[in-house]
Design a protein around this ligand. Structure first.
Ligand code: UD1
Ligand code: UDP
Length: 363
């Protein structure tokens, strides 16, 4: 049984790594790996292959950056001949990026079964490009693997038949648990002159936060106050770096001496940074889950989340972008008023094995 596995953007790599490893112990599955090239910088792509032991992609479509329509169309145009040539029994996509929906559409239109890993997550916010990708991918998938019960409930509510849905746990957490010890050896704290427990980590890349200088400016209002109290290390996403560089905010950022901008870091360094941090400020999806496992307070700079379990029982709080609310959440952490995290069901490091077992039975 041939399965084409698709990756494209940074958060896909940690999701595919444990699956590629689990296939090795499964008889009868012949996996192929296709990289769409949606992300292509060394620090947004290749570094993760090396650190996570992901095999070299069999094919890299090299599509690169473009508008949503052009990027999605280019991925579809270049992925279709791959499916036609290799005639897989199934295509497996992860997450919610443009590569996910583009390759999913190509597969189903050629009559190839589609498997979606991390299905059913819903923020309820249709202005978020990922939400459109999630809803559309799930609606055309044949097998849907969920990380949390909200995902299962959402899919059933949308009319997906129960026999296609499996609650298997979280492949991103498989990768975290596997690499935690290795990450401990990272030298990033020394290199960045940081002491464990005495700094915050920040990531920002959601278009709603970083494409509008007014919104970004309000987030900076809060960061300006926080960095006077606690250094903030900010591995900056290329979208955000470009937006700041091209705006009037660049000068302001420069004056914040303890808002320390660094290039995006590899997985092991990032895991070391987050696991030793006093708190994390983020608008990332995956980082809300990782901080839940690490039991590190997470202040989410968004008005909603598609990963409600992280806020219900994890260490996450959905705070939004109002500077006063961000500062007040920060103070709660510093004063010790933050709920200790509980680990969601099945986030135990074995999600990929469960998925591969189900694929072996079902396909
Ligand atoms: C994408 C995903 C988002 C995910 C994020 C993870 C979509 C719609 N968005 O957002 O869900 O959370 O990846 O990081 O799929 N760029 C570079 N080098 C790179 C990649 C991008 O410089 O290697 C710059 C380019 O200027 C590009 C911009 O970043 O235009 C945005 O990249 P893109 O892949 O379109 O979206 P992301 O914001 O990265
Ligand atoms: N990450 C990383 N280096 C960084 C920032 C993030 O390795 O500089 C990892 C992080 O640990 C998580 C993933 O990237 O595993 C999250 O990706 P991102 O925030 O880009 O996307 P999202 O989860 O929001 O889709």
């Amino acid at each position: 049984m041939k399965i084409i596995n698709v990756v494209g953007a940074r958060p896909n790599f940690m999701k595919i790594a444990p699956l590629m490893a689990a296939y090795k112990n499964a008889s009868g599955i012949e996996p192929m790996l296709v990289h769409t090239g949606q992300h292509y910088d060394e620090r947004m792509s290749d570094l993760f292959f090396r650190q996570l032991g992901i095999p070299e992609p069999d094919i890299n479509l090299g599509v690169g950056s473009a508008s949503h329509a052009v990027q999605t169309a280019e991925i579809m145009k270049s992925f279709e001949p791959v499916v036609l040539e290799h005639k897989p029994d199934a295509v497996l996509v992860v997450g919610d990026v443009n590569s996910t929906i583009a390759c999913g559409l190509v597969a189903v239109k050629l009559g190839v079964k589609l498997i979606h890993v991390e299905a059913g997550l819903r923020s309820g916010d249709r202005t978020m490009p990922e939400e459109i990708n999630r809803v559309l991918t799930d609606s055309i998938s044949d097998l849907l693997f969920c990380t949390e019960t909200s995902g299962v409930d959402n899919l059933k509510r949308e009319g997906v038949s129960a026999e296609k849905i499996f609650l298997v746990g979280n492949v991103m957490i498989d990768t975290l648990l596997k690499n935690k010890e290795k990450a401990n050896a990272s030298k990033i704290l020394d290199e960045s002159n940081l002491s464990a427990g005495a700094y915050a980590v920040l990531t920002l890349h959601r278009p709603a936060n970083v494409d509008d200088p007014v919104v970004l400016g309000r987030i900076l209002d809060a960061l300006e106050v926080i960095q006077q109290d606690l250094p903030i290390v900010f591995p900056i996403h290329p979208r955000t770096r470009k937006n700041i560089a091209g705006s009037s905010l660049a000068g302001r950022v420069k004056t914040m001496t303890d808002l320390r901008l660094i290039d995006p870091v590899g997985y092991l360094d990032f895991l070391k940074l987050t696991s030793s941090a006093r708190l994390v400020l983020t608008d990332s999806g995956g980082i809300q889950e990782e901080t839940t496992i690490l039991k590190v307070p997470c202040i989410t700079l968004r008005e909603n989340t598609e990963r409600p379990v992280t806020a219900e029982i994890g260490s996450n709080q959905i705070v939004g972008t109002d500077p006063e609310k961000i500062i007040s959440a920060y103070r709660e952490v510093i004063d010790g008023h933050w709920r200790e995290s509980r680990i969601p069901d099945l986030w135990d490091g074995h999600a990929a094995e469960r998925i591969v077992e189900i694929l072996t039975e079902r396909l």
